[in-house]
Write a protein that binds this ligand. Structure first.
Ligand SMILES: NC(=O)c1ccc[n+]([C@@H]2O[C@H](COP(=O)([O-])OP(=O)(O)OC[C@H]3O[C@@H](n4cnc5c(N)ncnc54)[C@H](O)[C@@H]3O)[C@@H](O)[C@H]2O)c1
Length: 354
């Protein structure tokens, strides 16, 4: 990166997941987080000490006023790592200040709001990138690439399965209180993998259950997707599955094509079965950064990979795969899944159009 200007960013939301985002920024060359913002002064002080960043703000508006505009210190982008409710105010605020935006998933609480945020970013000439990292896990990425390279021909069936009993409520207690839980929080990632593998979805059906009596939302969801190009895919998610060898936080994938099959196994082995009966086995275990800790390796690796791609995309003037318009269609699958589950009927998801 010799000679390239350092890209300057600010982080809003110094919570549980943002720690991964900060560690990834600090590992990447050519980018620097110059300011932190959190409305909770204790979280702010914790991040300030952890990452050695001087400039801190408890109010995003004050931060943008201090860092943008003529004569100020300059800011190129903001990484919004708060939960969804705050995005409706923070995304337009950042857009008005002319900075590119990275926003955590789900980037809006409704499709109407998602549309509004996309349009406001476009009107202000700033990019909107959704921090969707699951498709950047090494095992998932390699599965996507093998499929796209045509190794098993035309796919006709897929299953993406995420089943675990991991105590997610410990680090994210708000997940026990939300009315919409597993589809909105975790299924959104798995549905995004389905789109990365098989493209857009024509219709879907969904059944949900709440197994854990101590939470408000659903902790089990089973979806059937019919994709535009004819693939039928099952997306199944559970945080109520007790297994001695809990695969958390892995997504396991099965794909059948007209010229072979793929199996992404729990031991991070990707099997490529050919039509003639042979099987290639690839080791696709994560190559996690030094700061990564078990069992978070695939996730933390994918945070770094997403952010590295965002930086590369910015340098080359291209959008990331999961830009706002693209991710609108993932969010639309989440909305459609809740509608389908309520009606016990298949539903046609909305799709982005101008
Ligand atoms: N990609 C993944 O694998 C993954 C994993 C976990 C969480 N997430 C997402 O990350 C986001 C954050 O989740 P979390 O568990 O870290 O939440 P959290 O509650 O631990 O952290 C959110 C932080 O944002 C701050 N905040 C909220 N509104 C603010 C505002 N208006 N201005 C400044 N600060 C504000 C809060 O004080 C808090 O410190 C969620 O959208 C979640 O879905 C993604």
């Amino acid at each position: 990166m010799a000679g390239e200007r350092i890209v300057k960013g600010a982080l809003i939301g110094c919570g549980f997941f943002a720690e991964n985002q900060m560690r990834a920024w600090q590992e990447l060359e050519g980018v620097s987080i110059v300011a932190l913002c959190d409305r909770d002064p204790r979280r702010l002080a914790h991040f300030q000490a952890l990452f050695g960043i001087e400039d801190t703000f408890t109010d995003a508006e004050t931060m943008f006023a201090a860092l943008t505009g003529s004569g100020n210190r300059g800011l190129d982008f903001v990484d919004i790592a708060t939960t969804t409710q705050a995005h409706a105010a923070l995304v337009p605020l950042a857009a008005r200040h002319g900075v590119d935006i990275i926003c955590q998933k789900p980037f809006a609480g409704s499709l109407a709001m998602a549309r509004r945020l996309i349009v406001q970013c476009a009107e202000n000439g700033v990019s909107l990138s959704i921090h969707e990292n699951f498709r950047w896990q090494r095992a998932v990425r390699q599965t996507i690439e093998v499929l796209r390279a045509g190794r098993i021909g035309r796919p006709f069936f897929g299953r993406i399965s995420y089943r675990s009993g991991f105590d997610v409520y410990k680090a994210q207690p708000y997940l026990a209180r939300v009315e919409r839980f597993i589809i909105e929080d975790l299924g959104i990632h798995v549905l995004d993998i389905a789109r990365a593998l098989f493209g857009e979805v024509e219709r879907l059906s969904c059944e949900t259950a709440r197994v854990n009596p101590g939470i408000n939302g659903e902790d089990v969801a089973t979806l059937m997707l019919h994709h535009d190009d004819g693939v039928t895919a099952v997306v199944d998610c559970s945080y109520a599955t007790r297994l001695a060898d809990d695969p958390f936080p892995q997504s396991l994938i099965e794909i059948d094509g007209d010229n072979g099959s793929l199996r992404l196994r729990q031991d991070f082995e990707l099997e490529i079965h050919g039509a003639e009966g042979g099987c290639d086995r690839r080791d696709v275990r994560p190559e996690p950064p030094a700061w990564s800790e078990a069992p978070w390796w695939p996730i933390q690796e994918s945070v770094l990979a997403f952010q590295a791609d965002w930086l590369k995309a910015r340098r080359h003037g291209r959008a990331v795969e999961t830009h706002g318009e693209d991710n609108f269609n993932t969010l639309a699958l989440v909305e459609a899944a809740y509608r389908a589950a309520a009606a016990h009927q298949s539903v046609v998801p909305a799709r982005w159009s101008r």
